[in-house]
Design a protein around this ligand. Sequence first.
Ligand code: ATP
Length: 327
Amino acid sequence: MKYRIAVIPGDGIGKEVMESAIEVLRASDAPLEFIEYEAGDEVLKRRGVALPEETIEGSKEADAVLFGSAGETAADVIVRLRRELKTYANIRPAKSFEGVKCLHHDVDIVIIRENTEDVYKRLENEITEDIIVDLRVTTKEAVERICRFAFEYAKERGRKKVALVHKANVLKKSDGMAKRIFYEVARNYKNIVAEDYYVDAASMFLVMNPQRFDVMVMSNMFGDILSDLASGLVGGLGLSPSANIGDESALFEPVHGSAPDIAGKGIANPSAMILSAVMMLEYLGEKERAERIEKALRESIKEGLTTPDLGGKLKTKEMTEEIIKRL
Ligand code: ATP
């Protein structure tokens, strides 16, 4: 049996890094069948719609979705696709790479970001021309679901701690509720340490002492910001993968966007996209292949066989070839 993978390269470097990921997946001999769909800025220009219906339907029917990146239409493409697929949990790991110069060298953090509400509901109300009110939505159901997901994730992987990041001193009702629910859920996981941090303090500790964190769970906007910070701790956006998980669908994408400044130059780092494919293989139960690809990628980076963002001299295609050689 082959898993059906919906492939959406999207815009800019999304197309370039997707090509690399597919090549690596093919070289690993994973039992996958790829079906390509289109979305993004260029599709909007050509067809008048950024996220065509067949892309949504194809993604729903697939066993998993691989997504490259969307440019200016990102809100209409990826934010909508996550909603259509009901992927409520966004997993963003940040793990140090040997051979990459960074502030810290033993970071191993997984940020679990709530994916369905908060300001990403995009309920923006224009009260007057000068006053806009954005609604920050928090529901008990979504908070409970994401907290349970974070503890289950930690339990399955033998991780020791889960930290809630919030702002309950100001947002007393919404984040106050989140904090209460978090500790209620934590009671079912006696072997995992539960702790909580204000988002401002968490940001400082992430920079000064990231080793204190293990799994972190937070609302949508805090997760968006802190996961980029965490990505910066281990070498930047070129190395940061993510997974969007729901009960029926899963979508895997690099944290970075379409990077218009380097698009078309063939120098984008394919690692974030390849590591997203690794997360997809784990999700599909192909653990051995997933580990093999990650190991080959980490070896290439350790040997300095990288794209310029990490100080190397290789083009995207050349770095991909080095990874495949080490598979
Ligand atoms: P978008 O609007 O699509 O999000 P952006 O440029 O605002 O694009 P990113 O695409 O996330 O945001 O890029 C931010 C910076 O990181 C850019 O300078 C880009 O060149 C760099 N960058 C992002 N991804 C990669 C990558 N895979 N390899 C090398 N550099 C990258």
